[in-house]
Structures are given as structure tokens and as C-alpha cells.
Write a protein that binds this ligand. Structure first.
Ligand code: GBH
Length: 453
């Protein structure tokens, strides 16, 4: 047999391979160790909001099992781990007194990572706002911005010796627009006026700025920081000039309210025309804070929307038929090209120095363990297809430096509870047994050989 050609499937040297999680989705111990209540701890108890009424109380019990989980990561050869710190574990009321037990917990966790040779990539905020802050206005009020500034300073000072890669916020639009908008599907689930809604993400952008400021001030040597955004991603129906131009127009329209302030230091005239009297309040100094230079952009890319050129309009968004292939997560159409176009359009429009795919993966319902195995060939195929398109983006000049699979473990999938499983490692939520799925073995091989296998 001729040798396998690997020239077209090999990733650049030093490419960062990792797995991602978030504190509220895996830690459990929701009311232990002095942790304060988060908006999700409250929201998940509202009848009808969460599939099967699942709560975050126990989740993967990672709070008590992190050593075992890190040993498993190590055995799979996963050397980079994106995790989040639970704000209410550090400041149970959002601001005010620090909870020393929470501070100590993450010290132990970072030490255990180091012992296993795993590099942490730490998200400061992955949606678990302290409920006490929500009671004072939450994301609609600058009280949250002030509290976040203190929180960011505190954690960067505390852990800066152990953590060099910081991500400020995860997916601003999900904890603002989806949480305070007209079609609520996230905590706190409080619909506010259109003007207030625009304040929510302006406040989130300010927090991002404070996160960057905190890392520059206290991060120490080699500290780096960026935002993780989940840009809406179009796919040109044909990869031809006219459809690509249409896709680009769609991309700009759908993402400018978050990426323009960060990369250009202002809201664009198009955005301001669109929101009119509902524009957020911008105070002197806001944009200096928001647009402070970052080291990288994190992108979570799961799915795309098909767009084509349209006479007389900027684009046509085609929507998809029910029969379009998707994961069990209903919103997740299987569209490998989304990762190519999301990366490429972010690069062409905003030119971040480096881009990391901070999440990509798929949620399926029913992956039974049989003979100590989960044969998730659907996930293996999903990952392989997306990695191919990611590599194409690199080959076309997009500076993608790393990829984190979502997720290490099956976990609490927000409004979908424990039903939609995203892990490359299966979790039995009755016994807390972990079983690596076939996809984790596949991913381990990709990491080891640094190429698509
Ligand atoms: C990410 O969100 C999150 O960062 C992560 O915590 C999460 O577990 C992971 O992806 C998998 O979902 O039901 O129509 O209201 C991904 C982006 C945006 C996808 C909100 C689900 C809800 C669509 N998410 N969306 S809908």
C-alpha cells in the first residue's frame, strides 16, 4: 500500500489542542463551599424553563472529582483545558466579601492541572451571574460592571502566577439578548425594553474591557487575554464572488454590535441607525476601555446559516427545511463550512492577531454505554468534518492557533438540562461514572499526530 499522504491534513506546529467546559455546567456543589446563588441556580427552578426540570445542583460533581477528570484528560493527551471560574464562588453576593473557600478551591484545581501537565485557559464569566447582582439590576445596570471590575482584579491577582491565558466573557449575546430579550431562553429570563436590552450588551462590553485592563495590570509576564464571541456565521450557498459578498454583508450586519466596539472603538453608523432612540448610553471613556487591544479572539462555532446573493437586496437568508441534517440539539444544523466562513469572515473584517476556536462540538441525546464503550460515530464524523474546514481556513491564511472541543464531559446543557450530551467523555449522572467515548479516542489520535486522522 502506498504511504498515506499527510501534507494536506497536518496542522501547524504548536497548534493548541484542548477541551472546554464551564463551571456552572460541570462543578455542581451549587450551594457548597460558601458559594452564592447564581441566576441559573434560581432560573432552573422556574417550572417549565428547563427540559425535565434539571438543576445544576450536582452536575458532574466536578467540584469533588476534578483530580480524576484531569487524570483522564492527561490519559487522552489533552494538554490544554478551557474552564471558567464561578463568580459566585469568589464573591457570593457579586461584590463585597471574598469567599476564601472558593478562592482556595481554584488554587487546588490549578495546582492539579499543573501536576498533570495541562495548561489552563480561564474564562472569567460563563453566564453564572451572582443572583444578588441580578437583584440590583443585573446586566441592565452598571452596578454589574463595577462588581465585575473588582472580581476581575481579584482573580487575576490571585491566580496570575498559575494562569496565563485569560478569556474575559463567553458569548455576550447569549447572556444578554437571549436572557433579557423578547424570546427568553436563558437566565434570568426577564424581558426588558429594547433600549435596556441594548444596555445589557453595552455593559457586557464594558466588563470585557475591565477584564483586559485587569490582565494588563496584574497578569504578570506572558499573560494574554481575549474575548470569546459566538459570531453568527453565514455560509455562501456557492463559493463564488457574489454569494461570498452576500454572506459577508450578512456577517457584518449580524455581528457588528459586538465586534465593532471591540475592534473599532465605536458603534458603527449602521448600527446606530438601526437602533435609533434605543441606542445604549455611552459615557466618556467607555470605548477606550472596550477597545483596548487584545491578544486573540476566541470564537465558538457550531452552526451556520445559508446565504446567497439576491437582486435588489444585500443578501437572501435561505432558512432550512426540517429535513436538513442536524444534531439532537435542535438548533445545531450540521454545517462544517460554518467553521471555515466564521473564521475567515472574522479575520477579514476585524483582523484579530490570532484566533482560537474556543468551542466546537455537538449535542446528542442517547449515547448508551455498551461494554464500556460509547460508539458515537456521529460525533467522530462531526469533528472530522469541521476540522477539515478549519484546516482549510488556516491554509487560506486565517491565523487560527488552536481548537477546543466542547466538551470534555457530558454536562448541564442550560435549558436543555442533561438531555443533550456534548461530551467526548460520557457521564452517568446517577453514578457519576466517566466513560471515554469513541470520539475521545479519535480526538486523542488527532492531537497525537497533529493531523486529521
Ligand atoms: C455554547 O453556546 C456555550 O458556550 C456552552 O456553554 C454550551 O454548552 C455550548 O455552546 C453548547 O450549546 O434553543 O433556539 O434558544 C452555543 C450557542 C446559543 C446555542 C443559544 C444554543 C439556544 C438556541 N448557543 N442557543 S434556542
Amino acid at each position: 500500500m502506498p504511504p498515506l499522504s499527510t501534507t494536506n491534513s497536518t496542522f501547524p506546529d504548536q497548534f493548541v489542542w484542548g477541551a472546554a467546559t464551564a463551571a456552572p455546567q460541570i462543578e455542581g456543589a451549587a450551594f457548597a463551599g460558601g458559594k452564592g446563588e447564581s441566576i441559573w441556580d434560581r432560573y432552573c427552578r422556574i417550572p417549565g424553563r428547563i427540559l425535565k426540570g434539571d438543576t445544576l445542583d450536582v452536575a458532574c460533581d466536578h467540584y469533588n472529582r476534578f483530580r480524576e477528570d484531569f487524570a483522564l484528560m492527561r490519559s487522552l493527551g489533552i494538554r490544554n483545558y478551557r474552564l471558567s471560574i464561578a463568580w459566585p464562588r469568589i464573591f457570593p453576593k457579586g461584590d463585597g466579601p471574598v469567599n476564601q473557600a472558593g478562592v482556595d478551591f481554584y488554587h487546588r484545581l490549578f495546582d492539579a492541572l499543573a501536576e498533570n501537565g495541562i495548561t489552563p485557559w480561564v474564562t472569567m464569566f460563563h453566564w453564572d451571574l451572582p443572583q444578588a447582582l441580578e437583584d440590583r439590576g443585573g446586566w441592565t445596570d452598571r452596578v454589574t460592571v463595577d462588581a465585575f471590575a473588582t472580581y476581575a482584579d481579584t482573580i487575576v491577582k490571585e491566580y496570575g502566577g498559575k494562569v496565563k491565558n485569560w478569556i474575559t466573557l463567553n458569548e455576550i449575546r447569549c447572556f444578554t439578548i437571549l436572557a433579557y430579550g423578547p424570546r427568553v431562553n436563558a437566565a434570568p429570563g426577564r424581558t426588558v425594553s429594547p433600549q435596556q436590552l441594548n444596555e445589557t450588551y453595552h455593559n457586557a462590553l464594558l466588563c470585557h474591557g475591565h477584564g483586559v485592563r485587569a490582565v494588563r495590570a496584574h497578569g504578570g509576564k506572558g499573560a494574554r487575554v481575549g474575548l470569546t464571541d459566538n459570531c453568527d456565521t453565514p455560509i455562501p450557498v456557492t463559493e463564488t464572488e457574489k454569494d461570498i459578498a452576500a454572506a459577508n454583508a450578512w456577517f457584518v450586519e449580524r455581528n457588528l454590535h459586538i465586534l465593532d466596539p471591540i475592534y473599532r472603538g465605536s458603534y458603527s453608523p449602521d448600527y446606530l441607525a438601526r437602533v435609533g432612540k434605543d441606542a445604549p448610553t455611552v459615557k466618556p471613556g467607555d470605548f477606550e476601555l472596550i477597545s483596548a487591544p487584545t491578544d486573540f479572539l476566541g470564537l465558538n462555532i457550531y452552526t451556520g446559516f445559508f446565504v446567497r446573493a439576491c437582486p435588489g437586496a444585500k443578501y437572501e437568508d435561505l432558512g432550512t427545511h426540517d429535513s436538513y441534517p442536524r444534531a439532537d440539539s435542535k438548533w445545531l444544523k450540521i454545517t462544517p463550512q460554518a467553521i471555515y466562513w466564521g473564521l475567515r469572515l472574522a479575520h477579514e473584517n476585524y483582523g484579530p492577531k490570532e484566533i482560537y476556536v474556543t468551542e466546537n462540538g455537538c449535542g446528542y441525546d442517547d449515547e448508551p454505554v455498551v461494554n464500556d464503550e460509547v460508539l458515537d460515530l456521529h460525533r467522530r464524523d462531526f469533528l472530522r468534518g469541521y476540522l477539515r474546514e478549519l484546516l482549510r481556513a488556516i491554509q487560506d491564511g486565517v491565523p487560527v492557533k488552536g481548537y477546543f472541543v466542547w466538551s470534555l464531559l457530558d454536562n448541564y446543557e442550560w435549558a436543555d438540562g442533561y438531555t443533550r450530551r456534548f461530551g467526548i467523555v460520557h457521564v452517568d449522572f446517577e453514578t457519576q461514572a466517566r466513560t471515554p467515548k469513541l470520539s475521545s479516542r479519535y480526538f486523542a489520535e488527532v492531537i497525537k499526530l497533529n493531523r486529521i486522522v
